[in-house]
Design a protein around this ligand. Structure first.
Ligand code: 1CP
Length: 395
């Protein structure tokens, strides 16, 4: 099976992947590598048990704001750092040591599996991922290379270094970009404000769009499988830019592929988190795709988010047990609040904790993992981040 075989399948078979599209599932072997205790606060909160303290980590906690990160990266390009096992492990661990985080997020990027497969792209400082030859035709989709296990060997190696140092109450979160968000970089050729080239391809050439999504899905699953088999304790699927879509378009052009990814990864038995920016209108549909934990951006209060998720799952799974009609919640401090001083940080942490607890008490959510409502902003003072972590642990 090659990616071009995938791309040639008719668009009507959107979500019907076979096991041959992915690596063989090695769930047993993967579970032996994991070492976080089942009592780790993040795992307890994701399952719906009472954690020993409110777990917290921050998207983009690795890199960016930390002087020790800038020092390590001084002479190393971003993508080179992602493929050096020692370096990626050290960068992953820096924020955990500094802030007493309940989770490490693997230092990598959503374009790493594309780079590993041989697609010509770079991460340009101050800009983001830039693709040499944007993918906008069926021919270009068919030429996309397949991802092989050995191309990700340094990442698997880096994960085993991280696991050696984490405490057993701290989890390692692996991640991937969801097909829509990854496709947006491939189609636009780089970061985009409005995603107009991507949307125009979706609307005017749906066959090409579905072929691209079909081609990307196995690459993303394989990237996650590699991380899971190396021992990550949880995964997050970032659909950062899905909030640019209407719910109708999301359902038709995106959801089947994100759902196929959750289906493929579920046998590994780890918590699966889903997040996108500005996705208040999509929370229900994103939850229906199958995650255990829904990341909430800062624009929607946690209790409203929980009610939206619960309503969508109730509608979609009328016969399911009550516990399968809710998810855990992750979020949702506005990253800008970290610039606003200790009093405001404390006030907002308490408000968010109370809103999440109210949703849990009312049976609308399983648990709460504290996070930002998007990533740490580059100029954030690391001490403000530490204080926010302390405040969450007191809440
Ligand atoms: O030189 C540098 O330091 C580059 C900045 C940087 C960093 C630190 C980039 C370029 N990527 C990363 C690491 C990264 N990327 C992580 C690691 C760990 C952590 O979270 O602490 C993660 C999870 C990502 C994921 C990622 N990359 C996303 C999804 C999350 C999100 O923020 O929405 C996206 C959209 C990207 C693309 C990307 N990579 C880098 C940048 C600047 C961007 C965004 C560009 C844009 O605005 O479109």
């Amino acid at each position: 099976m090659t990616l071009s075989d995938n791309a040639q399948r008719p668009a009507s078979s959107v979500s019907s992947f076979t096991s041959a599209d992915f690596f063989p599932v090695e769930a047993e072997a993967a579970s032996q590598k994991r070492r976080a205790s089942a009592e780790a606060p993040l795992l307890a909160a994701a399952r719906g048990d009472k954690p020993s303290r409110r777990p917290v980590w921050m998207m983009r906690q690795a890199g960016r704001s930390l002087p020790e990160y800038r020092e390590l990266r001084k002479d190393v390009a971003m993508l080179d750092a992602c493929f050096k096992d020692d370096l990626l492990a050290e960068i992953t661990l820096q924020p955990v040591r500094r802030h007493d985080a309940d989770a490490a997020i693997l230092f990598s990027d959503i374009v790493v599996p594309l780079k590993a497969a041989g697609i010509d792209l770079d991460i340009v400082p101050g800009r983001g991922p830039v693709v040499a030859n944007p993918v906008r035709t069926l021919e270009a989709v068919r030429e996309m290379p397949e991802l092989h296990r050995e191309q990700l060997a340094p990442i698997a190696q880096g994960i085993s270094h991280v696991l050696e140092e984490l405490r057993d109450d701290q989890v390692l979160i692996g991640f991937a970009g969801a097909p829509f968000t990854v496709a947006s970089y491939l189609v636009e050729g780089g970061p985009s404000k409005n995603h107009e080239v991507t949307k125009s391809l979706m609307y005017s050439e749906p066959e090409t769009w579905h072929a691209l999504m079909r081609a990307l899905t196995p690459t993303i699953v394989r990237f996650l499988q590699t991380q899971l088999e190396a021992g990550v304790d949880a995964i997050q699927l970032f659909d950062s830019w899905a909030g640019y879509l209407t719910a109708r378009d999301y359902r038709e052009f995106v959801a089947p592929y994100s759902a196929a990814i959750f289906d493929a990864v579920r046998p590994y038995g780890v918590p699966m988190i889903h997040f996108g920016v500005g996705t208040g209108e999509l929370l229900g549909d994103m939850a229906v795709a199958g995650p255990d934990v829904m990341g909430v951006d800062w624009r929607v209060p946690m209790d409203s988010a929980a009610a939206r998720i619960r309503a969508a799952l109730d509608h979609h799974r009328p016969q399911a047990a009550p516990a399968d009609k809710i998810t855990a919640l992750q979020g949702n401090l506005d990253p800008a609040v970290l610039f606003a001083g200790d009093a405001m940080i404390k006030k907002e942490v308490r408000r968010i904790a109370a809103e999440a607890d109210s949703a849990i008490d009312r049976g609308l959510a399983k648990g709460h993992i504290f996070n930002l409502g998007h990533g740490v902003l580059p100029n954030t003072d690391p001490d403000s981040i530490t204080r926010a972590f302390e405040e969450v642990h007191l809440s």
